[in-house]
Design a protein around this ligand. Structure first.
Ligand code: T5A
Ligand code: NA
Length: 210
């Protein structure tokens, strides 16, 4: 008998938002919090720059290579697909995954360039659907004023405005929106509450796909 039938599954938690909204900071805090409660949990991020595809993406993002918009879009998607079976195994075996960006970044950043949004969504179909999407809501102007902004390809105010607009189109009622201008610990507490709720309610639900 399959071992995983006896284990409650892990939950797929995704944090999304504009560049510099604070996702990476909050993903780290959430992972530590869940670890502290004795839950099996891992921090993941997309792009995963450690694979061959991820290295191509990283080179593009740091302006060391050029690619057509469609080509880079498909690479970002392929970077998720190459991790899909590992993701499914981890979840089935009870590990909760806290993921810094996922398909919604893929669609929003490419559609912000003017690509057709339905075309952008197509290669994401069949990936595992998140149980919880937390959107850290920030004005592009505010994000731009945070440290380190401007070093990568997409970190430009006008472009981030388009991305924000595309996120609005994708946004569905199940997303949890948090004001990213709040103090760190206030955001942290809100995300902890949402994560615990999701872990409680999703463990018996089967995994689904986008
Ligand atoms: N992309 C990604 C695509 O185009 N398609 C895709 O499919 C995917 C997956 C790289 C780029 O790739 C694009 C999106 C991105 O442009 P990345 O490597 O995840 O993606 O880079 P970013 O998301 O841009 O990461 P950043 O590091 O820029 O932003 P974070 O993670 O949102 O922010 P964080 O936590 O590093 O914080 C930024 C700064 O703000 C401060 C922090 O201390 C830090 O200095 N900060 C706060 N300040 C005040 N109040 C708060 N509440 C704060 N929270 C954080
Ligand atoms: Na980050």
């Amino acid at each position: 008998m399959n071992n995983s039938e006896h284990v409650s599954r892990g939950v797929l938690i995704v944090l999304e938002g504009l560049d510099r909204c604070g996702k990476t900071t909050q993903c780290g805090k959430l992972v530590s919090f869940l670890e502290g409660r004795g839950l099996p949990v891992e921090a993941w991020r997309f792009p995963d720059r450690n694979t061959d595809i991820g290295r191509m993406i990283s080179s593009y993002l740091t302006n060391r290579s050029q690619l057509d918009d469609q080509a880079i879009h498909l690479l970002f998607s392929a970077n998720r697909w190459e991790k899909r079976s590992l993701m499914e195994n981890k979840l089935r075996n009870g590990t909760t995954l806290v993921v810094d960006r996922y398909s919604y970044s893929g669609v929003s950043f490419s559609a912000a360039k003017g690509l057709d949004i339905e075309w952008c969504k197509a290669p994401e179909k069949g990936l595992i659907a998140p149980d919880l999407v937390v959107y850290l809501d920030i004005m592009p102007e505010e994000a731009a004023s945070r440290g380190g902004y401007g070093s990568e390809r997409y970190e430009q105010l006008e472009f981030q405005r388009n991305v924000a607009h595309c996120y609005q189109i994708l946004h569905d009622a199940a997303w949890k929106v948090i004001d990213a201008r709040l103090p760190l610990d206030s955001i942290e507490n809100q995300i902890q509450g949402l994560a615990l709720e999701s872990i409680k309610s999703c463990q018996k639900k089967p995994l689904s796909t986008l």
